[in-house]
Design a protein. Structure first.
Length: 135
């Protein structure tokens, strides 16, 4: 039960996404590899834009909310953008060290993979599709 802030300073939790598969992008504004992955993440978001089974969210581990908020606004970054901070329970629970990090959850919020493959990996789309369409 982790708490995050969105760009409007509203509190969000992972429970808000229960009932959907959740592909989580854990990143920070200072992380160059994270920014490279954003191009591929955007492609995944576009691919799944009409699919109610999957939610892609990005969670920032920046130290300062204001810096993250300015970056998101200045760069017009779309999608579900949440802020956890660098020392949150979320960061501790998933032992977030190196970035970027991707986490995949099932519809109940259980972890499918705590260290999922990156959006730039061609197998990511196949893996997400397979999980969603598995009955």
């Amino acid at each position: 039960n982790f708490f995050f802030k969105d760009i409007k300073n509203n509190v969000k939790t992972l429970k808000d996404f229960k009932g959907k598969f959740v592909y989580i992008d854990v990143w920070a504004t200072w992380c160059k590899p994270c920014k490279v992955e954003h191009t591929f993440l955007k492609q995944l978001e576009e691919h799944f834009s009409n699919n109610d089974e999957l939610q892609i969210i990005s969670i920032s581990t920046d130290r300062e909310y204001d810096k993250w908020e300015k970056y998101i606004t200045k760069n017009s970054i779309d999608g579900v953008q949440l802020y956890s901070g660098s020392n949150s329970d979320f960061v501790k629970f998933y032992d977030i060290g190196a970035l970027p990090r991707f986490i995949f959850l099932d519809k109940e919020g259980s972890v499918i993979s705590p260290d999922e493959i990156r959006p730039s990996n061609p197998k990511t789309l196949q893996k997400l599709e397979a999980a969603i369409h598995k009955k």
